[in-house]
Each structure stands twice: as C-alpha cells, then as structure tokens.
Design a binder for this molecule. Structure first.
Ligand code: NAP
Length: 208
C-alpha cells in the first residue's frame, strides 16, 4: 500500500520504519525541506522517500497525520479530502495554544481535523507512547501483545487501519465512533499511554 506520513517526529518516523519494514511504500514529510529528512530516511530499512507534506498527502492511499495538534491548520487540507487519514495527534494546550471548544469538550481534536479535511478519519496511535510503538510489537497470539485503540465513523477505513496495526504486531481495539469513541482514548483517559492486552483494553475503554 502507498502510505503518506505527515510529521516525521517520534511517532511519524517510528510508523515510517514499521510500515516500510513490512513492505509498504512510504512517503515521509516534515514541515521543512525534504532534504532535512536525509538521516531519518537513511535509518529506515525499506521503501521510504522524503517529500513535502502536500506530496505525502497526494501519494498516500492512507495518510498519517502526526504533528502537534496546533499545527493542523498548516496542513495541505485539500489534498487530504476523501482520503483515509490516520490521526495520531493529541491536544495539549500548553504546547498547542488554548482551544476553547476543546477546553469545554464541545468537540474533539480528531473531529476538528476531520472537519478541516473532509477525510475518512481514523484516530489511532494517539494513545501509545512512541517507544512502546517502536519496541512493543509482538506476534499474534503472544501473551505480551499490546492493544492499540482506534475510533472513526467509516468502518472500511477502520478496517484498513486495523490491518496495519495488526501487521505491526499490535491488537487493534475499536473504541467506537470518532466523537464518542475518540473521547475514550484521549489524554487523561484510563487507557491513554497504557500497555494493556486487547481484553483489558476492551474493559477499560468503557470505564467512564
Ligand atoms: N511522542 C509520543 O509518544 C506520542 C504518542 C502518541 C501521540 N503523540 C501525538 O502525535 C503527534 C506527534 O507527536 P511526536 O511526539 O511524533 O511529535 P514530534 O516528535 O515533536 O514531531 C512532530 C513532527 O511534526 C512535524 N510538523 C509540524 N508541523 C508540520 C506541518 N505543518 N507539516 C508537516 N510536518 C509538520 C515536525 O516537523 P519539523 O521538525 O519540520 O517541525 C515533526 O517532524 C502529536 O500530536 C503528539 O501529541 C505523541
């Protein structure tokens, strides 16, 4: 599959390594000239190229957005329209600036990105620490296999992202729709930053 990744930091570059490592064609972008990603790309064993954000968005059949939430307004939104977009972003006011709607829980960060892009948005990888994502993958059936929660309104898009999660060595657990489900794996929830099995993830996602 062709996968664009916008944001080449802890999460974006870790996902690029995993996805290229299992044979996907990856185009990776940060906010600067693609030449600044030379070392990141050289450290990945698999088909990955450095591009700009608009190119990554156009390239991907699936496009991962992994930037500080406050930077979503700089994204190439037209190129993301109707794509399957994976949103790893979290809202931290001290980093991203205050957002009154998020502070009052009128909406969620993922719904804001969905509204900005008109994409088939799947919130995933937001609740896993990048080092767990880098090192925590285990074969299917391993008792140590960790769950990754995801949410979204488009079942087909969620199925695609669930497959990618499985292929990276984690168990996807569907938390529900983007709004209600996404709220169950935001910062501050019991599952955020957890390393739970799928069984325990299912239980804790529904503890309010
Ligand atoms: N760190 C974690 O363990 C973790 C876990 C789960 C979720 N998250 C969330 O996932 C997101 C990314 O986290 P991170 O830790 O990977 O961040 P990070 O290490 O700070 O990297 C952020 C990346 O986003 C890029 N970026 C910023 N604005 C951009 C734009 N307009 N276009 C293209 N690229 C842009 C940056 O590029 P430049 O270097 O060029 O600025 C950088 O490559 C955040 O929302 C974070 O809250 C983080």
């Amino acid at each position: 599959m062709r996968i664009g990744i916008i944001g080449a930091g802890h999460i974006g570059s870790t996902l690029a390594g995993h996805l290229a490592g299992i044979g996907h064609d990856v185009a990776l972008a940060n906010s600067r000239d693609p030449s600044t990603l030379k070392d990141v790309v050289a450290g990945i064993d698999g088909p990955v190229s450095a591009v700009d954000a608009a190119q990554a968005a156009r390239f991907g059949q699936v496009v991962v957005v992994s930037v500080p939430f406050g930077r979503i307004y700089d994204l190439p939104t037209a190129e993301l329209r109707d794509k399957v977009v994976v949103d790893t972003c979290n809202y931290y006011p001290e980093r991203d600036g205050d957002d009154a709607e998020l502070d009052t829980d009128t909406t969620t960060s993922s719904e804001k990105l969905r509204d900005l892009t008109d994409a088939d948005l799947v919130k995933a990888f937001n609740a896993v620490h990048w080092e767990t994502l880098r090192d925590g993958g285990r074969p299917k059936g391993s008792p140590e296999r960790i769950a990754i929660p995801l949410s979204g309104d488009d079942e087909e898009a969620k199925a695609v992202v669930s497959g990618l999660i499985r292929d990276m060595g984690f168990d996807p657990v569907d938390a529900g729709y983007l709004g209600g489900g996404g709220r169950r794996h935001q910062p501050g929830t019991p599952v955020y930053g957890s390393e739970l099995s799928a069984h325990d993830m299912e239980r804790w996602l529904h503890v309010t």
